[in-house]
Design a protein around this ligand. Sequence first.
Ligand SMILES: Cc1cc2nc3c(=O)[nH]c(=O)nc-3n(C[C@H](O)[C@H](O)[C@H](O)COP(=O)(O)OP(=O)(O)OC[C@H]3O[C@@H](n4cnc5c(N)ncnc54)[C@H](O)[C@@H]3O)c2cc1C
Length: 511
Amino acid sequence: MTNKLQVDGFNYKGQEPAKIIETDVLTVGAGNAGLQAAAAAAEEGAKVIVIEKEDTINLMRVSLAAVGANSQKRANNEIDKYELVEYISAFAQHRVDQSLIYTWVNNSAETLNWLEDNILKPNGAHLRSEPDAGKKDPIYNAYPTQSDTTCDDKTFASYGSFFQDKVEELGVEILFNTSLIELIYDGNGVTGVIARDLENDEYIQINAAKGVILATGGYSANLELLEKWNPISLKKNVINDSPRSNGAGIVSAMNIGAIKDEEPAQLVFDRGLVKPGTKTEDQFTHTAKYEDWLWLASHPFLKVNLRGERFANEATPYEFINNAASKQPGYLYAVIWDSNYTNYLSQHHTLGCARVGFPGYMDGAQAYKEDTEQYIDTGLVHVADTIEELAEKLMLPVETVKATVVRYNELAEKGFDEDFGKEASKLTPVNKGPYYGAVLGGRILATADGLRINNNMQVLDENHDPIEGLYAAGNDSGGFFCGTYPDRVPGLAASRAHVFGRLAGKHAATK
Ligand SMILES: Cc1cc2nc3c(=O)[nH]c(=O)nc-3n(C[C@H](O)[C@H](O)[C@H](O)COP(=O)(O)OP(=O)(O)OC[C@H]3O[C@@H](n4cnc5c(N)ncnc54)[C@H](O)[C@@H]3O)c2cc1C
């Protein structure tokens, strides 16, 4: 086929595979969607193989959204599903397949309950839903969708190894160091894949009688694809937090006639520290270790563009400040705060993973202080006795920054943000030295535009008909998000992966 997109830099030219393996269901990617799919298919009695290009499973996310899960019932968290689905759809300007969002909402409780009963509880953990996570915000509502995996109600419990044990107990075989290269399509449907055995440096063929489920996690590590499908993401973001996801699933399906979302979607956190003077086009680093990640940056402190001017309400979903900065010169921005900052954190009422205290990653002021101070040592957070000196260190125009801080303090004194409408509780002054600042860009967690699917997670062709034998779940699938991820429905991306993985596995195994 001409104009084929290349996966993983391998130039497979139809060589004879070193071996042929037979299975019922093949899942590509041992991550959130992939392992759920494998477990669900195996529970239905199918023979299941998972191929994973790395030598470990991926991190299983500890915060998962649902409506009506047992954990939410225990916490008396009630959510009107119709209101929620409309909110998620409206957030994307309805550039979504709304029936998929209903499919998620209607299956989310079953998936979380299954996780709790089969993976967590046998290992001493459970799901905890936080009653104060909902909020009617003057600008954007937040929904108490998130449940967190925990043993002690004070810290997260990671459950990846429990999940791996469970799928292996169900008879699933995980082939690590095995990368998807291309799908085998016989004109009627997908019958299997060609994969690269990276250890033995050879191609193998895996035939899947009931279906192939793509769950490779999107394409945020693939610069060429970002340039093609989401070019502004390379300007808004300075770091990619999903280095494993290079687009193999999406590309392999498009090479046999699948369609994908026409508009990009992504998850971005506003926590990417860079050195002052960095140009966004010069930096796009990959990490799986939360490097140069400033938790404080998701708090609504004063934020200024590279000209030293305030440019937006800072109290918005995480990615909105990056979106707002993308309309400013240079795409990056700086956050400025003062020595009283730890006193203000609780009143900010930040949500999701920026929440102060569990379930959140920072359990209180001391944790924020330690996180922040480590970056003073690495030259990414700057401290100065005066605003002038701080502006110089941040390489921002000194007089403009001074005037911006004076104006911001006037607004804080009035308790009314005449310029950008930020709530009074989040309008905290910058008046006690030493002063702090850092230059920031976005960090892309994952892309979320993917292959078009139907409600059975079957991948669609250009006629919007399902391609026999082909499924996609998680960030390889699309139709669900557009543009910015609605982080005030916390846990939605990870939950979509789990719920749709599970549905794909069940359908493939029982069809
Ligand atoms: C730092 C961080 C924080 C996040 N926080 C949240 C949060 O709070 N709430 C939320 O809802 N979501 C969050 N997310 C997003 C969420 O984790 C993802 O959207 C979701 O887990 C994606 O699941 P997935 O199954 O699509 O992909 P993944 O779980 O990423 O799995 C994909 C797997 O496919 C493998 N793979 C890739 N290419 C190939 C190939 N060619 N052959 C074989 N295997 C391959 C990869 O190695 C990987 O193991 C966060 C993500 C990150 C990175």
